[in-house]
Design a protein around this ligand. Structure first.
Ligand code: NAD
Length: 385
């Protein structure tokens, strides 16, 4: 029998208006916060001023670091660290999508640890505890607010590095669906497909077990029920709440069970072509699922049922295929590119992308089907369209 670990040290506050609740937690974290946001719309969201006000009433001052672009790199993180040191910040708040939250995670770790960030790629390489960290998502996709992962660009081969450490868990995640209402349909779709990919990949992962499967099934059901609605009408509060919950639960699932080939490939595509993470996952997901089906038919059958597909009376493999059909049906109605060709990925890059993705041994080892580089080439060719 396998031995499993479930570690979940993050306090989570969830619900509309939960940003206000931060005041009951924040006093013990420090006196001066570095608030890390994106360099686009997130820095000017009214909620940033609300946050400042709440912190001010608790006697906490704020320095704003709003230089984080999508897929943040090592240099941006180091600039954030320098700012925090200059201004005497003693804790960090990541506010935005996965990009500012991941930058905030590594800034918090770097403030307490010397050494080069590139040497932290992989599992367990950060030497010691981070400064206290709070994460507040404004997208419903990455689940980064509850994971022990930060994805930072600028590894030695120019790759997106997954830094994985128990010291990257936030002490507090505040998930307020109201903060996602301003996402336009394309970002809602891309980030929502990231959440669905987390749910599906964690459910079929070799490291999945009962608690992670319960979370991933619920997340898959929520995302398939609410993503189209959230894209069609960003003010549909029930759909926004459903997607925030899907993202949170999928993050809780995959931080324990790991991910798979869609993520290994999308990191390679993001690093080489700048394709947004959720868009790359969306385009790859059905092709990765078809490749994996024979290795995990029962898990895919469960997902098909969770996503509302009729599977009674079907053979195991046919029922599993219904999960792919559910994803393809959803993709057909979302405002997203259909294939890698539409995203400008040339056929000539397939072998080198596959070779880069193959180096991601962590995601390859949790993927349900044994993989050789030619398999990744095949998946990419299918996804080219
Ligand atoms: P993002 O943070 O890069 O943001 C995407 C865009 O959405 C930006 O232009 C941003 O300004 C905009 N945006 C964010 N919130 C908005 C709002 N409420 N209204 C309007 N616009 C808004 O995108 P993301 O998909 O959230 O994060 C992607 C990053 O997260 C990637 O680098 C990916 O590798 C990483 N990631 C990390 C984890 C983890 O566990 N740490 C998991 C998955 C992905």
């Amino acid at each position: 029998m396998a031995v499993h670990l479930l570690r979940f040290p993050v306090q989570v506050v969830f619900g509309e208006g939960s940003l206000e609740e931060i005041r009951s937690f924040i006093r013990s974290f420090g006196k001066h916060a570095l608030v890390v946001t994106g360099d686009g719309p997130t820095a000017s969201m009214p909620a940033v001023d609300t946050l400042r006000g709440i912190l001010a009433r608790e006697g906490i001052s704020v320095s704003l670091f709003s230089e984080v672009k999508s897929d943040p790199d090592v240099e941006t993180v180091e600039r954030g660290v320098a700012r925090a040191r200059e201004e005497g910040c003693d804790f960090v708040i990541g506010f935005g999508g996965g990009s500012p939250m991941d930058a905030a995670k590594v800034i918090a770790a770097r403030l307490n640890n010397e050494g080069e960030i590139v040497s932290w790629e992989g599992v367990g390489r950060i030497p010691g505890r981070a400064k206290p960290l709070v994460c507040i998502p404004t997208t419903s996709g990455t689940g980064s607010e509850v994971t022990w992962v930060a994805v930072i660009s600028g590894g030695k081969r120019g790759q997106k590095m997954s830094i994985v450490s128990q010291y990257l868990y936030p002490v507090l995640a505040v998930v307020d669906p109201c903060l996602t209402y301003t996402m336009p349909p394309e970002i809602t779709a891309a980030t929502g497909m990231d959440a669905l990919t987390h749910a599906l990949e964690s459910h079929v992962s070799r490291r999945a077990w009962e608690p992670t499967r319960a979370l991933s099934l619920k997340a898959a059901g929520l995302a398939s029920a609410y993503l189209e609605r959230a894209c069609q009408d960003g003010s549909d509060t029930e759909a926004r709440r459903g997607m925030s919950l899907a993202s949170l639960l999928a993050g809780m699932a995959f931080t324990a069970s790991g991910l798979g080939l869609a993520h290994a490939l999308s990191h390679a595509l993001g690093a080489r072509f700048g394709i947004p993470h959720g868009v790359a996952n969306a385009v790859l997901l059905p092709h990765v699922m078809r490749f994996n089906l024979p290795a995990a038919p029962e898990a895919y059958r469960e997902l098909a049922a969770a996503m509302g597909m009729e599977i009674s009376g079907l053979s195991s493999l046919r029922a599993a295929e219904k999960a792919v059909e559910a994803v393809e049906g959803l993709l057909a109605v979302l405002p997203l590119p259909r294939n890698l060709g539409d995203l400008g990925v040339p056929a000539s890059s397939v072998e080198s992308l596959a070779a880069e993705a193959f180096l991601n041994t962590r995601m390859r080892s949790s993927n349900p089907r044994e993989t050789v580089p030619e398999d990744l080439v095949g998946i990419l060719r299918e996804a080219l369209g």
